[in-house]
Ligand binder design. Structure first.
Ligand SMILES: Nc1nc2c(ncn2[C@@H]2O[C@H](COP(=O)(O)OP(=O)(O)OP(=O)(O)O)[C@@H](O)[C@H]2O)c(=O)[nH]1
Ligand SMILES: [Mg+2]
Length: 786
C-alpha cells in the first residue's frame, strides 16, 4: 500500500474495502457427459420463491453483517446445499513458466475432458488445450486466461463423490496481469503453483498480492519435483517467510528428481504412487518406505504445530497434548485455509504426470464451495448501501460480466452468477446502463470450445452470447437495484504509435482496435489530435507487441509502429490566477472571449475538475459548457509534453462577451489558452510512472544488484535475505528500467529475475523534464515550419 500514489492508494483502498465482501466468488462447472449433467441439474428454483430464501434476501438487504455463511447454509434448500458443496471455482495462478498450463492439461485429462495430453512447446506441435491462441502455442506462453469446467470423482468414506470444477488457467507474464485480476475477482479459491527448484519467484510475490486483494483462499502446489535440484522445503519456507503466509506441507515426496515417484499423505500416513500410462493409476498403500517414516512423522508434527498457530481448536488440542484425529486435522486445514490464515502445500510434477490427482483432492478438501464465500453488492436505491448476495437459485438474479471475448460465433461475455438462476431466453438488465438485454444462448466454455446449456444456477460461471456490455458490468433480472464493484485495472504505462501499412486495411484496423479495447481494459487507443497518429498504450512492450502481431494474423493488417514510449503525465504544483482575453479580428466576424479565475492542484491526483463560479451573467450559461469542453481538451494534451494532465482543478469566476464575436468556439479556445498560460505559473511539471519492482537472485549477487538499482535512483522498500536467495522490492522509474533484463542477466550469470508492475506517478528528475520538454517543443516548432 505504501508504494501506491494517493490516487492509486485511494482506489486500492476502496477495492480492499469491497473485498471484505467480495471475497472470492463462485462459479460453477459441473458435468461432462451432457446426459449425466442434465440429469443431475435439478434446480429447485421456480417462480415460487421459497420462504427461507426470501427471508435470507430480506436479511441480506437490511442487515447484511448478520448474514453469515452459516445462516445462508442453514436456510438453504438441502438439494441446493448438496449441489453447492460439490462446486469448486478455482484459478491457477503463478510465476511465468511454473507449469500452470501443463498442470491444467493434466486436470483436463484426468477428469476426462480431453483424451490425450499435449505439451506446451511439445514436439507434436499441437500445444496445450488451454493455450488455444496460435500466438500462445508459438511462443509457449499463456496470453489470455482460459476457462473450462470438469468433473472430478473423489472417493470419500468409501464412496465416490463427484465434484464440479470451474477452472481458469491464467497467464504468468506481468503484462497480462489483468487476466489474473479478473479471474481472482470472480473465483472462490486458487491453486498457487511454485517451482520446486526456484521456490517463491518475483512474480509469485505479485500473484500473492493479487490473491490478497480479492481475499482468495489458496492451496500451494510445488511443481517440477522431477527437476534437478528440486527441494520442496525451500519453497515451503519461502511461502512462510517471503509471502508471510503460514503454510505447511501435507505431503512429503517419495524420491526426487529422476527418482520422484509419488508422495506420502501426512494426514492419512499413506504412500501414494502414480503409475501406469500418464500416471493414471493412483496406488495408495499403508506401507511407507522405511527411510521416509521418520521424516513423515516429523513433518506431520510440523503441520499440526503450524495449524495450532492459526486455528483455535487445533491450538486447544495441541495444548492439551492430545493427538488430533485425521478428521480434526483436515477440518482445521479447511477452516484456516478458507479463513485465509493458512495454505496447505501439496507437491508433484505435472510434466511427469505425478501428484495432480492428489492436488485435485486437496482442492475438494480445503478450498471453499460458493456458499462459503461472502459476496457483496451495492444497493443503488439505498445510497449504495452494502448488501450481501445469497447463492440461492430461487432469488432474483445478480451476476457480474467479468470478461469479454470475441470469437468466430460472435461476442462472448463471461458471467459469474452470484445469486438466482440464469435461464436461456430471459431478459436481464445492465445495472450501469439500465438497458434490457435478451440472453439468447448460454454456454459453458472449455478453452475455445463450448457447450450449450439452458440454465445456470447460483454460484456458477457461464458465457452468454449477443450481450452488449463492458467488462465489469453487473446484470440483474430487474428485480433488485444492485451493482457490484468491479476489478482493479492497472494503469497503462507504455505506448507506441501505430499505422496500417496499406490504407485499404483501415477498416480492419479500426475493427480490431475496437475489439481489443472492449476485451482488455488495460489496452487503450487514442488518436493524437495534432499528429493524427493512432497511439496504443498498455502494460509493457510484450503486451503491445502481442496486439500488433494479432492485427497481422487475425486481421491480416500489417502495421508500422513507432518506438515504445513511456506514458508520462503532467500536473501543477500550486495555484495560479488567470485573466485571459481572446480577441481576434480578421476581416469578417472575429473571436472574442474573456475568462478569468484560477487553476490549482486537485485533491484527486488521477483526475481533473472544472467548476464555474461565474455570477451576474458575465459569461452566459450557453458559453459555460464550451468553457468546460475547453478544459477537457486542454487537459487531454498537456502544454509541456502533450501527455495527459492530471490532478488539476480549474475555476472560472468571471469573464466578458462581445455582442457579435463571442461563440462556443471562442470560449472553448480562450479556456484552453488560459489553462496553458496559467500552467507554467502554477509550477507545471512532468510526472513519470514508477514501477514496483521485485528482484530475486542468489545472495552472492546482492551487492551488485543494489549498485545497479542505486544507479537507477530506485527507492528500496524491502530486502529479504533467505538462506540462498534474496528478494529486493523497490520503486524505480519505468524509464530507468529499459534494457534492465539484459543487465540483470549479465550481473547475475543469468540467475536473477525480476517483475514489475505500475506503482504510482511521481515527478520526473528535473534534468529529464528539461530534456523531454525541449525535445517536444523542438518537434512542435519543426512541425510549424513545415
Ligand atoms: N521438468 C518439468 N518441467 C515442467 C513441469 N511442468 C511444466 N514444465 C515445463 O515448463 C514450461 C512452462 O510450462 P507451462 O505449463 O507453459 O507454464 P505456465 O505456468 O502455464 O506458463 P505461462 O502461462 O506462460 O505463465 C514448459 O516447457 C513445460 O514443459 C514439471 O513438472 N517438470
Ligand atoms: Mg500457461
Amino acid at each position: 500500500m505504501r508504494a501506491f500514489g494517493v490516487g492509486r492508494w485511494l482506489s486500492c483502498r476502496l477495492l480492499t474495502d469491497s473485498q471484505k465482501w467480495t471475497s472470492g466468488s463462485r462459479d460453477v462447472m459441473l458435468q461432462f457427459q451432457p446426459s449425466a449433467f442434465a440429469a443431475r441439474r435439478t434446480f429447485t428454483h421456480t417462480s415460487r420463491r421459497s420462504g427461507a430464501a426470501q427471508e435470507a434476501l430480506k436479511k441480506a438487504q437490511e442487515d447484511a453483517a448478520s448474514l453469515t455463511p452459516e445462516y445462508v447454509a442453514a436456510n438453504m434448500d438441502p438439494k441446493e446445499a448438496q449441489r453447492l458443496a460439490r462446486v469448486r471455482n478455482i484459478g491457477i495462478a503463478a510465476h511465468i513458466d511454473s507449469g500452470k498450463t501443463t498442470a491444467t492439461e493434466r486436470v483436463l485429462f484426468y477428469t476426462g475432458r480431453i483424451n490425450a495430453i499435449h505439451e506446451v512447446r511439445g514436439k507434436d506441435s499441437v500445444g496445450a488445450k488451454m493455450d488455444s491462441m496460435e500466438l500462445e502455442r508459438e511462443k509457449g506462453i499463456t496470453i489470455q486466461s482460459a476457462a473450462t469446467f470438469c468433473d472430478w470423482k473423489k472417493v470419500e468414506n468409501g464412496k465416490e463423490e463427484t465434484y464440479h470444477f470451474n477452472l481458469i488457467d491464467t497467464p504468468g507474464h506481468i503484462d497480462f496481469t489483468i487476466e489474473v485480476e479478473r479471474a481472482l475477482r470472480v473465483l472462490d479459491g486458487a491453486v498457487m503453483i511454485l517451482c520446486a527448484v526456484s521456490g517463491v519467484q518475483s512474480q509469485t510475490i505479485t500473484v500473492d498480492r493479487q490473491m490478497r486483494r480479492y481475499d482468495v483462499p489458496r492451496i500451494s502446489f510445488i511443481n517440477k519435483m522431477d527437476r534437478m535440484g528440486a527441494n520442496p522445503w525451500k519453497a515451503v519456507e519461502q511461502i512462510n517467510t517471503k509471502l508471510k503466509m503460514p503454510a505447511a506441507a501435507i505431503q512429503i515426496p517419495i524420491g526426487a528428481e529422476d527418482e520422484f515417484k509419488g508422495v506420502i499423505d501426512l494426514i492419512e500416513m499413506k504412500a501414494v504412487y502414480f503409475e501406469g500410462p500418464r500416471g493414471t493409476i493412483v496406488r495408495t498403500t499403508d506401507q511407507i518406505p522405511g527411510p521416509l517414516r521418520e521424516e513423515a512423522a516429523e513433518k506431520r508434527q510440523v503441520l499440526i504445530e503450524k495449524l495450532a498457530d492459526v486455528d483455535d481448536e487445533m491450538a486447544e488440542i495441541f495444548l492439551e497434548e492430545q493427538e488430533p484425529s485425521n478428521a480434526q486435522i483436515k477440518a482445521a486445514i479447511r477452516r484456516s485455509t478458507i479463513a485465509r490464515k493458512f495454505s496447505p502445500v501439496v507437491m508433484g510434477s505435472a510434466l511427469a504426470d505425478k501428484g495432480v490427482q492428489t492436488m485435485l483432492d486437496a482442492v475438494c478438501d480445503y478450498l471453499p464451495d460458493p456458499s462459503q464465500i461472502e459476496n457483496m453488492a451495492l444497493d443503488k436505491s439505498k445510497d449504495e448501501k452494502s448488501v450481501k448476495l445469497v447463492p440461492y437459485n430461487s432469488l432474483p438474479f445478480v451476476g457480474l460480466a467479468f470478461k469479454l471475448e470475441e470469437n468466430n460465433y460472435g461476442q462472448l461475455t463471461y458471467i459469474r452468477v452470484y445469486q438466482g438462476t440464469l435461464n436461456k431466453g430471459t431478459y436481464l438488465f445492465n445495472s450501469r446502463t439500465d438497458k434490457k438485454v435478451r440472453i439468447p444462448r448460454i454456454v459453458r466454455m472449455h478453452s475455445n470450445e463450448m457447450e450449450d446449456v439452458s440454465e445456470i444456477g447460483a454460484g456458477e460461471i457461464c458465457a452468454v452470447f449477443g450481450v452488449d456490455c463492458a467488462s465489469g458490468d453487473t446484470f440483474t433480472d430487474g428485480g433488485l437495484p444492485y451493482t457490484m464493484t468491479s476489478m482493479f485495472v492497472p494503469e497503462a504505462v507504455m505506448s507506441l504509435s501505430i499505422t496500417p501499412k496499406r490504407s485499404v486495411d483501415g477498416d480492419n484496423f479500426s475493427k480490431a482496435m475496437n475489439r481489443f479495447q472492449r476485451e482488455d481494459p488495460t489496452f487503450r487507443v487514442h488518436v493524437d489530435a495534432e499528429s493524427e497518429e493512432t497511439i496504443i498504450s498498455g502494460m509493457g512492450e510484450l503486451h503491445l507487441e502481442v496486439y500488433v502481431e494479432r492485427l497481422k494474423r487475425e486481421y491480416k493488417t500489417e502495421c508500422v509502429t513507432g518506438q515504445p514510449r513511456v506514458a508520462y503525465r503532467e500536473t501543477i504544483s500550486h495555484r495560479a490566477d488567470f485573466d485571459f482575453l481572446l480577441k481576434r479580428q480578421s476581416g469578417g466576424p472575429g473571436d472574442y472571449a474573456r475568462v478569468a479565475g484560477w487553476i490549482e492542484p486537485y485533491d484527486k491526483p488521477d483526475e481533473n475538475y472544472y467548476e464555474s463560479q461565474v455570477v451576474g451573467g458575465h459569461i452566459p450559461e450557453k458559453f459555460l459548457s464550451a468553457c468546460a469542453k475547453g478544459f477537457d481538451i486542454a487537459t487531454a494534451k498537456g502544454p509541456l509534453l502533450g501527455h495527459r494532465v492530471v490532478g488539476s482543478k480549474m475555476i472560472i469566476n468571471d469573464g466578458a462577451t462581445h455582442m457579435t464575436d463571442s461563440s462556443d468556439y471562442a470560449f472553448s479556445l480562450a479556456t484552453q489558452m488560459a489553462f496553458r498560460k496559467a500552467f507554467t505559473d502554477a509550477g507545471g511539471q512532468v510526472l513519470e510512472p514508477l514501477m514496483k519492482t521485485t528482484i530475486t537472485a542468489p545472495n552472492e549477487f546482492q551487492g551488485g544488484i543494489l549498485m545497479l538499482m542505486n544507479k537507477r535512483n530506485a527507492t528500496i522498500h524491502d530486502t529479504d535475505i533467505g538462506t540462498e536467495d534474496f528478494t529486493l522490492v523497490c520503486d524505480c522509474s519505468l524509464n530507468a528500467m529499459f534494457g534492465f533484463s539484459s543487465q540483470l542477466r549479465a550481473a547475475t550469470q543469468g540467475k536473477g529475475e525480476f517483475s514489475m508492475e505500475f506503482s504510482h506517478y511521481a515527478p520526473a528528475p528535473p534534468h529529464l523534464q528539461k530534456e523531454l520538454i525541449a525535445k517536444y517543443q523542438a518537434e512542435l516548432a519543426a512541425k510549424r515550419t513545415k
